[in-house]
Design a binder for this molecule. Structure first.
Ligand SMILES: C[S@@+](CC[C@H](N)C(=O)[O-])C[C@H]1O[C@@H](n2cnc3c(N)ncnc32)[C@H](O)[C@@H]1O
Length: 253
């Protein structure tokens, strides 16, 4: 997968690419990066790339000329994405879809955003990483690159499996993870995980996934296809909760 990244802050992107799994994926040739400094395409003698918004208002807007030139310079852009809070939210199904592409161009905005004519001419899709406003698209591009790179089959080794994790094929959030020691400062690992009983461990994990999803992201259940085992465990969770409530009311707690 080739990522072209257009930015006013190439060093922010380079810093991120120098570490960890994304760096390893680049070393293995799974991903390749071409970072384009938008400012290099400014014809202004002070390398200015922004201007006042037509119609008034605060802030500045990235001008069309350096962006048109930078994008035209790329040749094959593949899917062109503008990172924007006004885009569709990035989620794991979208990450999986993007991971199947051979080439993408990511456009990082800054100031109040970019001239709409750039969007109209070049952008295939606008993507947001969350319902908040960042100062620039670089962190959003890093989030997208990281999640997409991780999703490409050749990226992770055997010890870094993508199965049984949040938003996997079940659509559930993950169960809690523990490692050695089994007892730490009086804090114990759940006994079932030390039992060696794989059936019970699997059931405990699925139950925790259901509980965690119910607590943190109940709306996800709208998209989850419940298996019979999940239904059984959900009933058990409801029964546990009912028992707890009746115990609390009988003890007055
Ligand atoms: C200050 S923001 C511009 C916000 C814009 N005026 C608006 O209200 O939608 C500057 C740049 O940060 C990036 N950005 C900010 N928040 C983002 C988000 N949640 N997801 C993706 N990119 C974001 C975009 O590239 C945007 O052009």
């Amino acid at each position: 997968m080739v990522f072209n990244i257009l930015t006013l802050f190439p060093e922010t992107i380079r810093c991120f690419l120098r570490e960890s799994i994304v760096k390893r994926a680049a070393e293995k040739g799974v991903v390749r990066f071409s970072i384009v400094d938008i400012r290099e395409f400014s014809t202004d003698r002070h390398k200015k790339v922004d201007d006042y918004p037509f119609g008034g208002g605060t802030g500045m807007v990235l001008s069309p000329d350096p962006l048109f030139k930078a994008l035209e310079c790329l040749g094959d852009r593949g899917r062109t994405v503008y990172l924007s809070p006004a885009g569709a939210l990035l989620d794991q199904p979208k990450v999986r879809e993007l991971a199947r592409l051979e080439r993408m161009t990511l456009l990082c905005g800054h100031y109040e955003g970019i001239d709409q004519r750039v969007v109209d001419r070049f952008v295939d899709e606008q993507i947001s990483i969350g319902d908040y406003v960042l100062t620039g698209g670089e962190i959003a591009a890093a989030v997208l690159v990281d999640s997409v790179t991780r999703e490409i089959d050749e990226t992770l080794g055997n010890n870094e499996s993508k199965f049984e994790e949040s938003f996997d094929s079940t659509g559930l959030l993950e169960y809690e993870q523990y490692t050695r020691p089994a007892s730490y400062r009086g804090l114990e690992v759940p006994a079932v995980l030390l039992s060696g009983n794989h059936g019970e461990i699997e059931r405990w994990r699925l139950k925790r996934r259901l509980v965690n999803t119910m607590k943190a992201r109940p709306e996800l259940f709208g998209r989850i296809e419940l298996t019979n085992e999940m239904r059984d465990i959900l009933e058990e969770i409801h029964n546990d909760a009912a028992k707890e409530t009746s115990h609390e009311s009988s003890t007055g707690n």
